[in-house]
Design a protein around this ligand. Structure first.
Ligand code: EPU
Length: 419
């Protein structure tokens, strides 16, 4: 398995172009199942999760090609099952449930099961589908959904769920009547999906607010669109610049999508200046410790919690970090401690006492964002770190070692067997 070797201490300087967002591309790809024909997406990142979604669509009969754009042809869908092997490696596979039920009124999708960051059930997706007239059965580890027809419903999510909102929004596009989603997720990726569905002919209002109204139509048609920039990748590079005391220009991002992260970084003493299509970030010596609490968008994203914790390990003071979205998203803590961090865990709260510096160490990546936090820690640490199990990183960061080395990081990917 590939490893990353990082020699810490080099400030990052230069320009980084932000890639398209995986969490936008994945639901768009699932949405192709609703309308037979050729769909086309630009700015799709080259990532393992995108490959997994392509494999899933291929299993169902879709043909895809990823050149300068990603073309997906869903003219010949013949299998309506999302198998365990694919769903277990990528939970976002459950996003095919809504589209399949919308178009075929039958779907069989493996239950995702637990994952490193928490239990992550899909009960809210299923409850909403039942309200829309879908009969749900659990058979041999699979959810089997069937409906004579889908009908519009008043759905209130007990908890904000991103893929739940996306799944039900897609299912509702071809339902009879009006569906109202209350307490809906407001993430930019939900808005981007709604925009694409509208291009396909759907009638959707309110995406980006906590109430989305979908009026069912008879049919949708394939279209094309551009994937929005990856706000979490952008936030990760901002953190990398800040911790190394470097100076980076980020291009191709949407600043308004990461305002909560920018605000917290400014509180730590980092300088951030924006231009029309770029953001400049500059670290100014030791960071001040600040507290964070993760929340659904537009709050501070859970997908930036681990990276921010890496920053706080060398902050001046004590930082209290509360994880409100996932119950177990602290897998990076033990690894950061191996680099010399002082972190105390108490349920969903981490108390991080800043130390003067981290020291390079062999560490193991446990999930996607935890891996990013180890990279950030290693960039600032004294000496060499070796990060294993970086297949997690490859799920969500396009060409990370190339982008980092181009701005001065001493980072190298080593291919090899074993861990
Ligand atoms: N939840 C339930 N029941 C449900 C659905 C969710 O209890 O039916 C709970 C979850 O267990 C969690 C909370 O609700 O505690 C929020 O989960 P959500 O459903 O919003 O998460 P998700 O849709 O599975 C997406 C992103 C994640 C990101 C979260 C939160 C995609 C493909 N994934 O997951 O991204 O952390 O929203 O913002 O969009 C990542 O990119 O590293 C990543 C994990």
């Amino acid at each position: 398995m590939d490893r990353l070797l990082i020699e810490g201490g080099a400030p990052l300087n230069g320009e980084v172009r932000i890639s398209g967002a995986k969490n936008c591309a994945l639901p768009l790809m699932a949405a192709t199942l609703i309308a037979s024909g050729k769909h086309s997406f630009s700015n799709v990142p080259r990532l393992r999760d995108i490959m997994t979604m392509r494999s899933l669509l291929a299993h169902m009969g879709a043909v895809s090609e990823h050149g300068s754009t990603l073309e997906v042809d869903t003219s010949d869908i013949h299998t309506l099952t999302a198998p365990y092997e694919l769903v277990k490696t990528m939970r976002a596979s459950v996003l095919v449930l809504g589209p399949m039920l919308a178009r075929y009124r039958w779907a069989r999708v493996s239950l995702p099961g637990g994952c490193a960051i928490g239990a992550r059930p899909i009960n809210l997706h299923l409850k909403a589908l039942e309200q829309m007239g879908v009969e749900i059965a659990l058979e041999h580890g699979y959810v089997v959904g069937e409906a004579r027809k889908l009908r519009g419903a008043q759905v209130r999510f007990d908890q904000v769920t991103v893929t739940g909102t996306e799944n039900i929004m897609m299912a509702a596009c071809l339902a009879d009547g009006v569906t109202v989603l209350e307490n809906a997720a407001r993430e930019p990726e939900v808005v981007a999906l709604a925009d694409y569905l509208k291009l396909m002919g759907a009638q959707i209002e309110g995406a980006g607010t906590d109430e989305i109204t979908i009026t069912g139509v008879r049919e949708l048609y394939p279209s094309s669109c551009e994937v929005i920039p990856d706000r979490i990748e952008a936030g990760t590079y901002l953190a990398a610049a800040a911790i190394t005391g470097g100076s980076l220009r980020l291009k191709g991002l949407r600043q308004e999508h990461i305002q909560a992260v920018i605000d917290k970084l400014v509180d730590t003493g980092v300088s951030i200046e924006s231009g029309c299509d770029f953001l400049d970030v500059r670290g100014n010596g030791r960071l001040c410790s600040v507290n964070i609490e993760t929340q659904p968008y537009p709050g501070f994203p859970t997908d930036m919690q681990a990276q921010f914790m890496a920053l706080m390990t060398i902050g001046d003071g004590v930082s209290v970090i509360k994880e409100r979205i996932f119950e177990n998203r602290f897998m990076h803590v033990l690894e950061l401690e191996r680099m010399g961090a002082d972190i105390q865990l108490d349920g969903r709260t981490a108390i991080v006492r800043g130390v003067k510096k981290l020291s390079g160490a062999p560490v193991m990546a446990t999930d996607l964002r935890a891996s990013a936090s180890l990279v950030i820690g290693a960039l600032a640490a004294e000496g060499r770190s070796e990060i294993t199990r970086i297949y997690h990183l490859d799920r969500g960061y396009e060409a990370i070692e190339k982008k980092l080395s181009a701005v001065g990081a001493r980072i190298e990917r080593v291919s090899g067997r074993g861990e």
